[in-house]
Every structure is written in structure tokens, then in C-alpha cells.
Design a protein around this ligand. Structure first.
Ligand code: SF4
Length: 428
């Protein structure tokens, strides 16, 4: 009877938002909220790139958020590091403990404290800004967040003038799409849907990837080059564009710089030379160059995997030159897309408040060398040894290079480590 008299639930509300993950799709979300609890997360059908579809990871957000196994209370380590022994403590106890430990270290030298984060969740305010303000105020070491895209981003900026590229929607109208270094089915789902639309309209899809990914399986052609040889392939494609005069001379003259030097470099990269480097048949390079040189509109979906090797930035530069040589940019469905974040500038200084450093010059630690840096003693060049790491939106043991060193570094008994239970990186 008491249940029957209980007030009825409020009607569900639909809350619009955006996916916070480090994913090129940036889906628009519609979350159903009932009595203050998110009960369903769906893609917004009115947002063209999302088209009502989310990846599995996010379409199950409500289950994950409300899952009984989720860690909701601070856990304090009670055994030796690595023993996995933790006990729950109250938030007040945890916060007082963390504040006490960080304050004591900061009193000696705040640079001995290091934040470690990347793009687990990327809301502009909650992703990095408030944390940055806290660490700036403290005077902690700065983190150079280079693990993912720095080389490619710089290469794109040097080549195109910014992190800019095609509108993803227009890929659906292309007649040739090179999917270069991307397993789109797994990690760029909404682009793949547009590529399928193009395919149904007669486009050819070519996947360029050392790995026979599920995307490679489903393209018309797979160019399975050796890892780290993308620049050689790009230069050989240019070689063929020059030799067969599949060039848009007017576009090159009007919109490019340095073509003569690039032309001279490209002419040294015959298909045979590149074939030996890339581990693919020379004829495949010739055929690919012919397709690129004679098809319009033609587009490249480039992704960041290929720039995570020595010389990767220059490989991106070489690939990013290809659309200009054939005038592919003249068509809205032609050109290249690696990143378009340059179209959406963010005022990071207002969000992250580097002014809170108040004139102090904090040192910068590169996140990819965290293993070495945790094992490094204090020195005049390095500064103080790292005494505390606050990890959020990342899992350095899983993602940072030389993980053996990273594990040894985090196993240091004297290192104070704080890891929020919500640290669930999607990318790095
Ligand atoms: S595909 Fe998934 S992770 Fe990527 S933006 Fe959409 S919902 Fe987020």
C-alpha cells in the first residue's frame, strides 16, 4: 500500500550533450535522465555525422555509470606496492591525506609533484582546465602531452597552415578514398559510414596500413606497406604524378610553396625504390598513383598511427602534399582530413590559467619519458626527483613507452601516487 501511495517518478528528461572522448567522431548525445539518473545514452539523429548511432563503448555508458562494480569510494593502499591490497576510506580522510602529502612536498619544491593525464575524457572544463589551474597554482611540474599526435599535428600545421582539412560529410561524395593509417571501422565509425555511402555511389576505397585490419578487409584494395615507410610511398606517388603529368599546374602555381624542391626530391623515388623500402609491388604503387592522379574528387582520410614512428611527422607532411599536386582541394569532396581542430580554436589560457604560476618557471616533463623520469635522481639539470604523481584520464603503465621502466618507477616505495577511480582512457 505504501508503494502504491509513493509519488510517481518525474517524467524522463532528454539532455543534449557531446561525447567527451578523444575520438574524431565527436558524436552528439541525447541522454535520458529520470529522477536525476542517466538511464539511456543515444546518438542524436538530427546531427548529421552522428546520425543517431553511437559506438558500443558509449552506447553502454548508462550501464557502466550505474554498474554495481564501479569504484565509488576512495581506496587507500594498505599493503606493499603491487600487492593489490586496498581498503575503503571516506572522502574526507582521502582528501585530507592527499592534501597533507602534497602540501609537505610542495613546501620543499612543488616541482617534485607531477600531474599525468591525457585524453580519457575531454570536456573543456572537466577534462583538463580545473586540474591545470590547481597544478599551476601549486607550481607543480608541467606535463608535455606528446604521446598521441604532436608530430602529425605539427606536420599538418607546417604543410597546410593549421590543423584543418575536409569536412567529413563530403567524403560521401568522393570517387576515390585513401584510408591511410586508420582502422576506421574500429575507431572512426561515422567516417566509415560516409565511406560506405561513397562506395555505394561508385567510389573506390583503398586502405593503406601495415596491418590487415577489418577496415583493410572491407576496402577494394589493401596496400600493406611496412611500418614507418609511408613517406617513401607518398614520394613515389609524387614521382608518378610528375612523370605522367597528372598534375594541376595552375593549382600548384597559385596555392603552393616549394614545389620545385619537392619535385626534385620526388623524382628520386621511383616506384621500384619505394617498393623495396615499403615491401609492396612497384606495380601497386604505379596503379595507386594512376588512380590518385586521374580520379576526382579524391580524398585522403589520414590518421595518427603513422606518425608515431621516427620520421612520422615528415611522412604526414609528404602525404599532406598529395592533394595539392592534383588540385584535389578544388572539390569539396577532395583533399585530406587528419584533424580539423584548427577550425575550432579554444582559449586555453582562460580555461587553464597559466597566470596562476605567478611568474614561477615550472619545469616540463615529457609524458613519453615518464619511466626514465620517475627513476631519475635529483640533479641540477633535472631539478628535484619526482616525489608525487597525480594520474587522471590516463594509465601511464599501460600507455607510456618502455613500460618496464614505467612499472619500476611507479613501484618506488617512496613515490606518492594518486589515481582517481574514473581514470579510464579511451585513447592514450
Ligand atoms: S564514436 Fe563513440 S567514442 Fe567516438 S565520439 Fe562517437 S560515441 Fe564518442
Amino acid at each position: 500500500m505504501a508503494e502504491l501511495l509513493a509519488p510517481a517518478s518525474a517524467p524522463p528528461q532528454l539532455v543534449r550533450g557531446a561525447c567527451p572522448h578523444d575520438c574524431p567522431d565527436t558524436c552528439a548525445l541525447v541522454t535520458t535522465v529520470q529522477d536525476g539518473i542517466a538511464i539511456k545514452v543515444q546518438g542524436n539523429p538530427d546531427h548529421r555525422p552522428t546520425a543517431g548511432v553511437l559506438c558500443n563503448k558509449v552506447s553502454h555508458y548508462a550501464e557502466r555509470t550505474n554498474h554495481p562494480d564501479r569504484v565509488l569510494q576512495p581506496l587507500k593502499r594498505v599493503g606493499p606496492k603491487g600487492s593489490g591490497r586496498f581498503e575503503p576510506v571516506s572522502w574526507d580522510t582521502a582528501l585530507a591525506d592527499i592534501a597533507g602529502r602534497l602540501s609537505a612536498i610542495a613546501a620543499r619544491d612543488p616541482q617534485a609533484i607531477l600531474p599525468y593525464s591525457y585524453c580519457g575524457t575531454m570536456g573543456l572544463v572537466q577534462g583538463e582546465s580545473i586540474a591545470a589551474r590547481f597544478f599551476h597554482r601549486l607550481g607543480a611540474s608541467l606535463l608535455d602531452r606528446t604521446i598521441c599526435a604532436s608530430a602529425g599535428a605539427e606536420a599538418l600545421t607546417q604543410t597546410l597552415g593549421g590543423k584543418v582539412g575536409m569536412k567529413v560529410e563530403f567524403f560521401a561524395e568522393a570517387k576515390l578514398i585513401l584510408i591511410w593509417g586508420s582502422n576506421s571501422i574500429a575507431s572512426n565509425l561515422h567516417f566509415w559510414r560516409l565511406a560506405q555511402e561513397a562506395k555505394r555511389n561508385g567510389a573506390k576505397l583503398v586502405c593503406i596500413d601495415p596491418r590487415r585490419s577489418e577496415t583493410a578487409e572491407k576496402c577494394h584494395e589493401h596496400v600493406q606497406l611496412l611500418p614507418g615507410t609511408d613517406a617513401a610511398l607518398a614520394l613515389a606517388l609524387m614521382h608518378e604524378l610528375v612523370v605522367h603529368d597528372w598534375l594541376d599546374h595552375a593549382y600548384i602555381a597559385q596555392h603552393t610553396l616549394g614545389w620545385e624542391a619537392l619535385r626534385e626530391r620526388a623524382l628520386r623515388w621511383t616506384p621500384e625504390r619505394a617498393a623495396a623500402v615499403c615491401g609492396i609491388p612497384a606495380q601497386q604503387i604505379r596503379d595507386l598513383a594512376r588512380a590518385w592522379g586521374t580520379t576526382q574528387p579524391a580524398a585522403i582520410r589520414l590518421n595518427y598511427g603513422m606518425q608515431r614512428v621516427r620520421g612520422g611527422g615528415n611522412a604526414v607532411r609528404a602525404v599532406a602534399c598529395l592533394p595539392a599536386l592534383t588540385g584535389a582541394w578544388r572539390h569539396r569532396a577532395g583533399g585530406l582530413l587528419l584533424s580539423s581542430s584548427g577550425f575550432f580554436p579554444i582559449d586555453k589560457a582562460t580555461l587553464q590559467r597559466p597566470d596562476l604560476l605567478a611568474g614561477r618557471k615550472a619545469r616540463t616533463i615529457n609524458m613519453v619519458t615518464i619511466g626514465d623520469d620517475l627513476l631519475r635522481p635529483a640533479s641540477p639539470e633535472f631539478g628535484p626527483a619526482i616525489e608525487a604523481v597525480v594520474v587522471y584520464n590516463s594509465n601511464p603503465v599501460a600507455v607510456a613507452p618502455e613500460s618496464g621502466k614505467v612499472v619500476r618507477g611507479f613501484a618506488r616505495p617512496d613515490l606518492f601516487t594518486v589515481v582517481p577511480p574514473t581514470a579510464t582512457p579511451t585513447c592514450c
